[in-house]
Design a protein around this ligand. Sequence first.
Ligand code: AHR
Length: 331
Amino acid sequence: MRKLLAIMFCVLLFFLCACAGDKYTVSSTPEDNLIVVGFSQVGAESEWRVANTESIKSTLSEENGYMLLFDDARQEQENQIRAIRMFIQQNVDYIVFSPKVETGWNSILLEAKEANIPVIMIDRYIEQQDWELFTAFVGSDFYKQGEIAVNWLEDFLKSKGREVEPIRIVHIQGTIGSTPQIGRTTALEKAVERNPNWQIIAQECGDFTRAKAYEVMSSVLKQTRDIDVVYCENDGEALGAIDAMEEAGLKCHPNDGVIVISFDATRLGLEYCLQGKIALNVECNPLQGPYVDRIIKKLERGEPIDRINYVEETYFDYFTITRKIIDSRAY
Ligand code: AHR
């Protein structure tokens, strides 16, 4: 019955979207035996996000037994809440969503729970007090990523005999209140506490985009050019910050310039790493579709699942990255 209702709703939605040019996308023609999944994505703010959307869309495909309803929230939490409510009304079999920020999900997830629809959270998390409201999580350990970055920086500065000299850091943060921002920021701030020679001389939000990071870095450079490290919370921000520094005549390189640290390890980010413009790039793995597929198929078969699933991740630095590594990457 649930499937029938969802399919009827989807057909209706499909025609409404066709008429209104709306943003809902139905990725397949409805079939009664397909698993119906509603997916609410945060937006398309970065290369990472585009790869993440593609991974979910290509895995939860009709050939693989799914009918996917996709909604792009365009960076607005209220759009995500609206989409999830729509999925509940459509009586989908599963809801998959990537929460923009950690707070504000209690009521809508309670609605999903009351409707008996399993929710699979991907990429980011919601605040701990609401953790009983989702069925499974697939994504990154962002604090661990931040720790990899600051530990690398500590070791690198030590290897250069710079462990006591003042290290002036510009910190460009991601979307405030999102899990990657909280994890990566916390790791840096803890490292600053334990390294008395490190100082955050500017801390600004770059919203995970190249354009915003370029803007904030340009304004920092009007105040000072005395910068040792720029810690960017994703590749888009790193590229924007590098654009601004190069325009101002600063060199970005771990050997004789500003040390740029980034997260994501997208193909373009790794190209910058090969040139030394990004000294360290900590991977954030967007290929989460296969994990979600495995969880749903297990739930369908009534098998037990792991509730918390961290994706596999590594890191790359200027000293070890190669062309071969970049060419072998999937995104
Ligand atoms: O939540 C993952 C983060 O969000 C990625 O680091 C960033 O690129 C994206 O926009």
